[in-house]
Structure formats: C-alpha cells, structure tokens
Design a protein around this ligand. Structure first.
Ligand SMILES: [Fe+2]
Length: 206
C-alpha cells in the first residue's frame, strides 16, 4: 500500500496545564476525556472534512467565520467552531483563579453591575442554555455582555470579541457533577476563571 505522509492542516494544541491541574473543580478524568477524546475528535473530523477544499489552507478562525454563513457547510462549521471554542476554553481556565482588575473590572462595573452581578448572571445564563452549548463574556460595539449559544455556535463567528467562555455541554461536567450543571458553573466561576487571559482579550484591538 502506498501511503503518502501528509501533515494535517489543523492540530490539537497542547493544554496550557497538566490534566490534573484544575482538580478538584474539574478532575483529571474529565480533562482526559474532554481534551483527549472530545476536543481531539473535533480536530480530527475537521481535518477529514476539509481535505481537498479551500478550507485546508485557511486559519481556523477564518474557517469558522466563513462556514458559519454557509448552511451547506454546517458540518465543517460545527467541527471548526468546536475546535476553536475548546482551545479558547482551556485558556479561560487557570489553576490560580483570580478576579478581574483594572480597566476590565471598570467595564464590568459599568456594563454588568459589578463583579458579583457578573458572577450571578454568568452562572444563570450557563444554566439557562437548554441542552448543549456555551456561556460567554463578550465585548460587542464597545460594551460587555453575557451571552449563551447553542451547540458549537460562537460569538467570534459574528465578529464579537470573546473574553471568557465556559463549556456547558454535558461532557464538560457529567463525570464530576452528573446532572448538577449549576455546581460545575459555580466551581469554575469561583475558582478557575483566568482573568489575565480575559484582560488580554479585552485589550486586544479588533
Ligand atoms: Fe466540550
């Protein structure tokens, strides 16, 4: 059999920490499945789907934006967006946790009623997402907002600036929390959100 070695256009980026670094809020078992199986499957499927198409030479972000507007490319969108969303999500988490500071804290106070109100509304929207999806802190037209999206949908595809996200698909929490999505959200919001990353996103132009 003549198999040509060929590099895949999209790769699974390494986690920014060890699989066990977020325990006990997120166990190493959850991370092992979520990153090593679910995230990897999106990347693998995307590579399969883009084979021989223009998408194979594009940046992942551009694949997401272009396929979002093309209903016939729904499967490419789903896998590309999930590949992007998960890489974003891993960086939204940090074993150190923390709180917003500086200009971002001021914007949270101005647009969302303060840090405590943010935490309450972020959890509420994450719980309210019916079925699989995501909850996001975004900046849209100079204003911060909290949004929930179904399945793979990402505010990035609509040109909004994503600052933070939490995955609320069952695969994100079922091994650790079973059906208790509110407990998962509370633990992540209180202990794991990477506010340094959120601040970098906030300061980024465009
Ligand atoms: Fe996920």
């Amino acid at each position: 059999m003549n198999i040509m070695m060929k590099s895949e256009p999209f790769t699974l980026p390494p986690l920014p920490y060890d699989e066990g670094a977020l325990a006990p809020a997120i166990s190493s078992k959850t991370m092992s499945f979520h990153y090593g199986k679910h995230h990897k499957a999106y990347v693998d499927k995307l590579n399969e789907l883009v084979l021989g198409t223009d998408y194979a030479g594009m940046k992942l972000e551009d694949v997401v934006k272009r396929s979002f507007h093309r209903p016939s490319e729904h499967e490419i969108f789903n896998n590309a967006a999930q590949a992007w969303n998960h890489t974003f999500f891993w960086t939204c988490l940090s074993p150190r946790g923390g709180k917003p500071t500086g200009a971002l804290m001021q914007a949270i106070e101005r647009d969302l009623g303060g840090y405590d109100a943010f935490k309450k509304e972020f959890a509420k929207q994450g719980v309210a997402q019916f079925g699989s999806g995501w909850v996001w802190l975004v900046e849209d037209k100079g204003k911060l907002a909290i949004e929930k999206t179904p399945d793979a949908v990402t505010p990035m595809a609509e040109g909004k600036k994503c600052l933070l996200a939490i995955d609320v698909w069952e695969h994100a929490y079922y091994l650790d929390y079973q059906n208790r999505r509110p407990d998962f959200l509370k633990a992540v919001i209180e202990k794991l959100l990477n506010w340094d990353f959120a601040a970098q996103n906030f300061q980024r132009s465009g």
